[in-house]
Design a protein. Structure first.
Length: 418
C-alpha cells in the first residue's frame, strides 16, 4: 500500500502512524519495513522498526509466516524489518498508532557553526526532549533553503517549471561549482557563515506538552553554557517554510541529470562522540570528488544521522558528458564516503537501506554477523530467489546484479534504495 493513502486512512479515524518519509508520495508501507525507513517525525515516533507490532510474510519456500514482537524469547520481527526482501515478501503488518496531534509548536534557531548546532541538538535529546522534527542545516544548505523558499514561493504564483537544478542556484553556477569540487568545497568552508549566513535548526514539538517542551528547548539552546555556540531564536518562519516544502525538495534531480551532472544523497549515522569525525571525515572524502552540503536529521539521545547531498561531474576538461567518465566520478565519491563513514565508526546507511551497491561495505562494517545472516538466508530462502545480491552480496546465493560500484550508476537501481 502506498504511503499517502495509508496515512490518510488513519487520519480519517483520528489517528496517525507518525511516519512521514520525504518519499511518502512514492513509497510503500512494505518498502518502509523492508528498508528500515525513518520519517521526518522520527524524533518523537521513532523509525518504522519502533512502530511495527506484527508482520505476515511469505518466505522463499512459499511458507506463510506470522511474526510478532514478543516479551520473551527471540522474535523474528527485528530480523524481517530491514531484510530488504532477501528473507521474505512482507504481506501484512500491524502497527502502534497515535492519536493525531492536535497541538504543534514551531521554532527555528541559528548557530555560528554546524558543530555548535549539533551540540544543541545533542543537549535537547539528552535532556529528555523529543521534538518530532529536528533538522540542522549547514550554512550552505541553510542558505539554499532561505533563497529557495523565497524563489519557490515567488515562482509558484507564475509557473511550475523547474529551471534550476538546486533552488536558488543557476545551472551554470552549479556546473562551475561541481566541476572543481576540491576548490569549491574549500572556498565554501573558508567563507563559512560570513557570506552564507548561519547554520539553521528547525524544531517541531507535538502533543499535549508541545508548548512546555518548546520553552524548555529555548532555555537550553539559548543558555550561556552553550558558550559561543549558543543558538539564537529566529521565530517560526523557517519552520513554516520547511513544512510547506517538506516533500518537494527531493524531486529536483531531473534538471541536474539533464545538465550532464549527477546528484545523490548519502545518509550515515553514529553516536554523538563519533559524530564530529563522521561529519568532517565523510565531508572531506566526498569533497575530493563532488560538491557537497549536509544537514542533520533523525536525532536520538545517543546519536544522530547526517544526510549529505552532493552533485558532481568529471573535472572540467576531463570527460565532459561521457557517461563512463561520469560513472567513475560517481563511484569514486560513493566508495570514498562509505569508507570514511566506517573509518569514523559510523554506519553506512541510516534509513535508505543497503541494497546491492552498499552490500560489500556492510560486511566490513558488521564483520561476523554477516555469516549469521547468510545462514538465516539459507533457511528462509534456500534457493536464493529473493533479491539475490542484496545485503549479503554474493554470500551463498546466485548474484544477478552488476558488481559494485557500477551497479549504482546503472539506471535500474533495483534493490538499492535512495
Ligand atoms: C525522493 C526520495 C526521498 C526519500 N526520503 C526518504 C525518507 O525521508 N526516509 C526514508 O526512510 N527513506 C526515504 N527514501 C528512500 C525510500 O523511499 C525508503 O527507503 C522506503 O522505505 C522504501 O520504500 P519503497 O516502497 O520505495 O521500497 P522500494 O525502494 O521499492 O524497495 C526497497 C527494498 O525493499 C524491498 N521491498 C519492497 N517492498 C517489500 C515487501 N513488501 N516485502 C519485502 N521486500 C520489499 C525491495 O525489493 C527493495 O529491495 C527516499 C527516496 C526517494 C526517492
Amino acid at each position: 500500500m502506498m504511503g499517502v493513502p495509508f496515512e490518510e486512512s488513519l487520519e480519517r479515524r483520528g489517528f496517525s502512524l507518525g511516519h512521514f518519509p520525504s518519499s511518502i508520495l512514492c513509497s510503500t508501507v512494505g518498502g518502509w519495513l523492508a528498508a528500515r525507513s525513518a520519517g521526518q517525525c522520527s524524533g518523537r515516533y521513532g523509525k518504522i522498526e519502533d512502530m511495527v507490532l506484527e508482520l505476515e510474510c511469505v518466505t522463499g519456500t512459499g511458507e506463510v509466516l506470522v511474526a510478532k514482537t514478543r516479551s520473551t524469547g527471540p522474535s523474528l520481527v527485528p530480523l524481517l524489518v530491514g531484510s530488504e526482501g532477501t528473507l521474505a515478501v512482507l504481506t501484512r503488518a500491524s502497527f502502534r498508532l497515535h492519536e493525531a496531534a492536535k497541538l504543534r509548536t514551531f521554532a527555528a534557531y541559528e548557530f555560528g557553526s554546524t558543530d555548535a548546532g549539533w551540540e544543541g541538538m545533542r543537549r535537547l535529546f539528552q535532556a529528555g526532549l523529543r521534538p518530532a522534527v529536528s533538522r540542522l542545516y549547514d550554512p550552505f544548505d541553510a542558505m539554499l533553503a532561505r533563497q529557495g523558499s523565497v524563489k519557490r514561493e515567488a515562482s509558484a504564483k507564475t509557473a511550475q517549471t523547474a529551471t534550476s537544478p538546486v533552488p536558488g542556484l543557476g545551472a551554470s553556477l552549479l556546473r562551475t561549482l561541481v566541476g572543481q569540487p576540491t576548490l569549491m568545497n574549500a572556498i565554501i568552508d573558508g567563507l563559512g557563515t560570513r557570506l552564507m549566513g548561519p547554520a539553521q535548526l528547525v524544531l517541531i514539538f507535538e502533543g499535549e506538552r508541545a508548548r512546555a517542551d518548546a520553552e524548555t528547548a529555548r532555555n537550553l539552546l539559548e543558555a550561556s553554557s552553550l558558550g559561543a555556540g549558543r543558538g539564537s531564536y529566529v521565530g517560526e518562519g523557517p519552520v513554516q517554510k520547511w513544512l510547506r516544502h517538506r516533500y518537494a525538495v527531493s524531486y529536483r534531480q531531473a534538471p541536474v541529470f539533464m545538465a550532464d551532472l549527477f546528484s545523490d544523497t548519502i545518509e550515515v549515522a553514529s553516536t554523538w562522540d563519533a559524530l564530529p569525525g563522521l561529519y568532517h571525515g565523510v565531508r572531506k572524502a566526498l569533497g575530493r570528488h563532488v560538491f557537497v552540503m549536509a544537514h542533520l536529521s533523525h536525532a536520538y539521545p545517543d546519536g544522530c544521522c547526517i544526510y549529505f547531498s552532493f552533485a558532481g561531474r568529471p573535472e572540467i576538461g576531463s570527460g565532459g558528458s561521457d557517461p563512463e567518465a561520469i560513472y567513475r566520478v560517481y563511484d569514486a565519491a560513493w566508495q570514498a564516503a562509505l569508507t570514511a563513514a566506517i573509518d569514523a565508526g559510523g554506519t553506512i546507511a541510516h534509513h535508505h537501506g543497503v541494497g546491492r551497491s552498499k552490500a560489500p561495505l556492510l560486511e566490513r562494517e558488521q564483520g561476523a554477523s554477516r555469516e549469521a545472516f547468510t545462514a538465516l538466508k539459507r533457511v528462509f530462502d534456500p534457493a536464493g530467489i529473493l533479491n539475490p545480491g542484496n545485503l549479503v552480496g554474493d554470500a551463498g546465493v546466485q548474484r544477478t546484479g552488476h558488481p559494485y560500484p557500477h551497479a549504482a550508476a546503472e539506471s535500474t537501481r533495483e534493490g538499492s534504495t535512495r
